[in-house]
Every structure is written in structure tokens, then in C-alpha cells.
Design a protein around this ligand. Structure first.
Ligand code: GDP
Length: 366
């Protein structure tokens, strides 16, 4: 029997040809993406960077941050070729706990610096937490409203991939490219929690610590030893009815600094109050930084510190390289979970496990 659905009365059940749905994705996107990812030769990047071409600089920094071996190969060649043109900037580390006012202050310091002292300014960042939070907020353009639209500024958020050592290395390499591109001043922003200040300290000429009044941070700073690495301490938010508290905090810091030995530079850090938001005392803080730079350039400590940093980074690079070579080794990777379980189960000691893993690693090198 003929099925009723096939009769003319069942027209409602017929499938009509539909209208083609527009794609959710802009068809030109692929093309655009491809265009953006076009790689240049190392010589082309270098030429662009030396001319101060921001787009080329930006793309080269992206290659530094990339984990792809082919990107890394180009990046390393670009860095090497830029090295002779680097080293001419003043590198300033800026650290403080979240909420201390780093971005507000960098915006204020940066614009003031460019407007009153000229030159070009790059803002880079080291944020070890960015791997966890998938994307860094440090050095983010949106947080530095005025500076981000200034034609003489270059702002780059923290590289987000890898360990703190890896992130810091990438920032250090980016400094080289920024210097080759003619940036006279470089701010390196970092969160004042944990190890990141030490990493930042290892690549800057001046380490500025932003503190707040009345939060107990004074004591924390002293305890954690961060004050030993600060070349200047500034108390932010010294505005409105917070001025007295800020000045009191500054006195506490000055007193506390007397308890520490005089730093290698021979210069006892200055302590100052300012307001990033209301732009009070901004010039004084900048003058403090450049006063220090002038002094250490004259004494030779500036160059000594940079040499020490280069040495430090040589060893850091070796450590990083050896570590990743070990942990990414397929035989080690196969074995490491089992070893860990045996250690946890008390079957072998940590040292025996480590030795077994290392022996396995060395065997694969033969
Ligand atoms: P960051 O996390 O260290 O980058 O801190 P932000 O720059 O984002 O500032 C944290 C908060 O403190 C924001 O709400 C700012 O508006 C505020 N703030 C920053 N600087 C000052 C300042 O000089 N005075 C006052 N009163 N507030 C400030």
C-alpha cells in the first residue's frame, strides 16, 4: 500500500530546501590570521626593529614568547643580531602587591617621563601567576589608559607560558629588542609576591618598591627580605586624609632601612610618598630614580651590576635548558610517575629514585 505520507495531502512533511546558514565565523578571519602570522626573515625583523618599527618589534616579541621551535629559532637569531644595539636604556623594575597601584603609577610615571624628559618608553612585565590564570594582567594596556595611547610608548603584558624562570627570560630577551628599537627607558612591572621580584631585580638597574601605608606591608617587606633588593621605596596613595599615614609609614621604612647593611651600590635607598592617582610628587620619584642612576654610573656600579646580571642569566639559561632537557626526555617521562609512587609508598628513598632517573637520562645521551 502506498504510504499516506507520500500523498499530496502530506505536503507539510516534505522537506523544503533550506536557506544556507551564514557562517558564524567571519570568512576573512582565516585570511587575516594567516596574514598576521606571516613570518619574516631574522634580517627583516632586525631591520624593522632598528628602524623603530613597532609592529615588527611586537611580532618579534611574540616569537620570543612562542613555544614553537621554528619561532624560537628566528627569535634567537633576532636577539643575537640586536644585542650589539642593546644596553642603552635605563631599566627600572616596579613592584608592589596587587592593589598597591602599579598600573596607575606606571601610567602617571610613564606619561610624565615622556612629556617632560622625552625619549621613548617600553613597559614589560613578569607575572609568574599568569600561567595559572591563563593570561596576565600585568603590563596590560587597558590598565594604563593614558600611556597606552601615547605615541612614544610600547606596552606588552607578561609572557604567560612556562615557569617563572622561563617567563623572566622572555622578558629579559624582550628588553634587548626594545633597546635595539630605541626605547630609552624600560619599566618592568612585577607582582610583589614571592620570587618574581628577585627575577625582576636580576634584569633592572633600579628596583622601585611600591608600598601602602597602614597595611602591615611595612613589616612583611622587612620579613621577606624584599627591602634588601629595593633601590627606592615609595608609599603610594599619599593623598586626601591618607597623607599623614603615608608619611608615618615612610618614617618606619627609613628607620627599618638603618637596620640593614648598606647595599653593594653604596647608596641607602630613599623613601618617598606620592600619589599615582592624583599625580602628586611624580617628578620627585622620577628624579630619585635618575639621581641613583647618575650616581651608580659615575661609581661604576651600574656596569658592575649589569655584568653580574649577564653572568646570572648565563647560568639561569643553562639551568633552564638542563631542566627541560631532563623533564621532557621521553624515558624520564615514562619513568617519573612510577618513581614518585615508589617514593611515596616507601619502597625506595628519594635519593635512589633521583639517581635512577638521572642514570636513565644519562643513558639516553650516550
Ligand atoms: P595594581 O594592582 O598594583 O596595578 O593597582 P592599581 O593601579 O590597579 O590600583 C588599585 C586601586 O588603587 C585602584 O582602584 C586605583 O584607583 C587605586 N589607586 C591607585 N593609585 C592611587 C593613588 O595614588 N591614590 C588613591 N587614592 N588611590 C589609588
Amino acid at each position: 500500500m502506498e504510504h499516506p505520507e507520500n500523498s499530496a495531502e502530506y505536503a507539510g512533511l516534505q522537506v523544503n530546501a533550506g536557506v544556507e546558514q551564514p557562517s558564524m565565523v567571519n570568512p576573512y578571519l582565516k585570511q587575516m590570521r594567516k596574514k598576521r602570522q606571516k613570518l619574516f626573515t631574522p634580517a627583516e625583523y632586525v631591520e624593522g626593529i632598528l628602524k623603530g618599527n613597532v609592529s615588527m618589534l611586537s611580532q618579534a616579541v611574540t616569537l620570543i614568547e612562542s613555544v614553537l621551535p621554528e619561532h624560537q629559532a628566528i627569535a634567537q637569531e633576532v636577539i643575537e643580531k640586536c644585542l650589539p644595539y642593546s644596553g642603552n636604556s635605563v631599566r627600572i623594575g616596579i613592584s608592589g602587591v596587587p592593589g598597591a597601584g602599579k598600573s596607575t603609577s606606571i601610567d602617571a610615571f610613564g606619561v610624565h617621563l615622556l612629556e617632560n624628559y622625552g625619549g621613548k618608553l617600553a613597559v614589560l612585565a613578569i607575572d609568574p601567576s599568569s600561567e595559572r590564570s591563563k593570561g596576565s594582567i600585568l603590563g596590560d594596556k587597558t590598565r594604563m589608559e593614558k600611556l597606552s595611547v601615547h605615541p612614544k610608548s610600547f606596552i606588552r603584558p607578561s609572557p604567560s607560558a612556562g615557569s617563572l624562570g622561563g617567563v623572566a627570560r622572555k622578558t629579559r630577551e624582550s628588553i634587548i629588542l626594545c633597546e635595539a628599537a630605541g626605547y630609552d627607558n624600560i619599566f618592568v612591572e612585577t607582582v610583589g609576591v614571592g620570587q618574581s621580584e628577585t627575577a625582576c631585580h636580576s634584569m633592572v638597574d633600579f628596583f622601585l618598591l611600591i608600598q601602602l601605608a597602614g597595611t602591615g606591608d611595612e613589616l612583611q617587606g622587612i620579613k621577606r627580605g624584599i627591602m634588601e633588593i629595593a633601590d627606592g621605596i615609595v608609599i603610594n596613595k599619599a593623598d586626601g586624609n591618607n597623607v599623614d599615614k603615608a608619611q608615618l609609614a615612610a618614617t618606619h621604612f627609613r628607620n627599618a632601612l638603618h637596620l640593614f647593611p648598606v647595599p653593594d651600590s653604596g647608596i641607602v635607598p630613599e623613601v618617598m610618598c606620592y600619589s599615582g592617582f592624583y599625580e602628586l610628587n611624580i617628578d620627585e620619584v622620577l628624579k630619585m630614580v635618575f639621581r641613583y642612576i647618575d650616581k651608580v654610573k659615575e661609581s661604576g656600579y651600574f656596569q658592575y651590576r649589569r655584568n653580574e646580571q649577564s653572568k646570572y642569566w648565563m647560568y639561569e639559561s643553562i639551568n633552564e635548558h638542563l631542566k627541560s632537557s631532563f623533564y621532557y626526555n621521553p624515558s624520564v617521562k615514562d619513568m617519573i610517575g612510577k618513581m614518585e609512587n615508589e617514593v611515596l609508598g616507601g619502597q625506595i628513598t628519594s635519593f635512589v629514585a633521583a639517581k635512577k632517573l638521572l642514570d636513565t637520562y644519562y643513558d639516553t645521551l650516550k
